[in-house]
Design a protein around this ligand. Structure first.
Ligand code: IPE
Ligand code: IPE
Ligand code: MG
Ligand code: MG
Length: 318
């Protein structure tokens, strides 16, 4: 899908279509296990299937398609990234980390299945991601040497140099009074940014993108990753985590190191606008071909900038 997205309805349809594609592929993949009625499979499915926006795998598809990869080659990698994301949320919500009771408008996995099973479901999803990337199905579409490089890249993004490292400092910075902006940014770039960056880079590499193209989408991904967490924290701080439900996350009472808590909501919104512009600048050279990636970036920041989504169609057309 490389044609222009010209309005909010087209963007919504695009996101729904891509999200449904990912959900079906994840369902198929998780079906393969015998004994799938066991609690561990229920907990894995609960963590990965209902309610996620699928922004990361949609980014993988959009970037891969921009450089000409077929969906069938991209899907195993896109699903693996969503599994890593789902694991990170299940563990993030545990009492030992953010201790949250709600996620995507429903009870968190440990609230439904207990802490032990939630911990194991997260472990299983993380491990399955790499099992899927190295599966014969994935290797049929993508050369084995490239698969190894992509596994290397995703494991770095998910590991202590990325998501886990960011989560660790996020935990240590909790309730500290003098966390500076550079530290907040360090945390965001790792806990959230690394996986978003990997999502676009993996899509581009499956498509065999040239180094200059990989550079451009990497800069887009870096800025979008930071923007994503700032937007999420603005929505939390202003009680809009999920439409109509108020804040789900315990960030406010836990005194997390966030952009809104360090520089205030107005300045955090200014930073978001700047990051959005930088994202769009990187894609200018691709014209309408990059419409999905541009629209996704606008979509990620729009609600946090405007306080609602009414101005999204203006944003899309700007
Ligand atoms: C939530 O990510 C966690 C952050 C990194 C801020 P998403 O907002 O992408 O979560 P889902 O998968 O759509 O629920
Ligand atoms: C989630 O960060 C980031 C990861 C799980 C790696 P947050 O703790 O800020 O996100 P929410 O508010 O729980 O979705
Ligand atoms: Mg957290
Ligand atoms: Mg959290």
């Amino acid at each position: 899908m490389n044609s222009g997205l010209v309005n909010k309805i087209e963007l919504d349809e695009y996101l729904q279509r891509q999200s449904a594609l990912i959900t079906r592929a994840l369902e198929d993949y998780l079906q393969k296990y015998p004994g799938k009625s066991q609690t561990i499979f229920q907990a894995m499915r609960y963590g990965v299937l209902p309610g996620g926006k699928r922004i990361r795998p949609i980014l993988t598809l959009a970037t891969g398609e921009l450089f000409g990869a077929p969906q069938s080659s991209l899907l195993p990698f896109a699903c693996a990234i969503e599994m890593v994301h789902a694991y990170s949320l299940i563990h993030d919500d545990l009492p030992a980390l953010d201790d949250d009771d709600l996620r995507r408008g429903a009870a968190t996995a440990h609230r439904v299945f207990g802490e032990g099973m939630a911990l194991l479901a997260g472990d299983a999803l993380l491990t399955e991601a790499f099992h899927l990337m190295s599966s014969p199905d994935a290797m049929r579409c993508v050369a084995p040497e490239l698969v190894v490089r992509l596994i290397h890249e995703l494991s770095h993004a998910a590991g202590v140099g990325g998501l886990v490292g960011g989560q660790a400092l996020d935990l240590e910075a909790e309730n500290e009074n003098d966390v500076d902006l550079a530290t907040v940014e360090w945390i965001h770039v790792r806990k959230t940014g690394a996986l978003i960056l990997a999502s676009v880079r993996i899509g581009a590499q499956v498509a065999g993108a040239q180094p200059a193209d990989l550079g451009r989408v990497s800069r887009y991904g870096e800025r979008l990753g930071l923007a994503f967490q700032i937007a999420d924290d603005i929505l939390d701080a202003s009680g809009q985590t999920t439409a109509g439900e108020g804040a789900e996350s315990s960030h406010n009472e836990r005194k997390k190191a966030t952009y809104p808590s360090v520089v205030g909501i107005p300045q955090a919104r200014e930073t978001l606008k700047e990051l959005l512009q930088l994202c769009l600048d990187e894609l200018a050279t691709y014209g309408a071909q990059a419409a999905p990636l541009k629209a996704i970036a606008r979509h990620v920041v729009a609600r946090a900038i405007h306080g609602d989504s009414k101005s999204l169609s203006e944003e899309i057309n700007s």
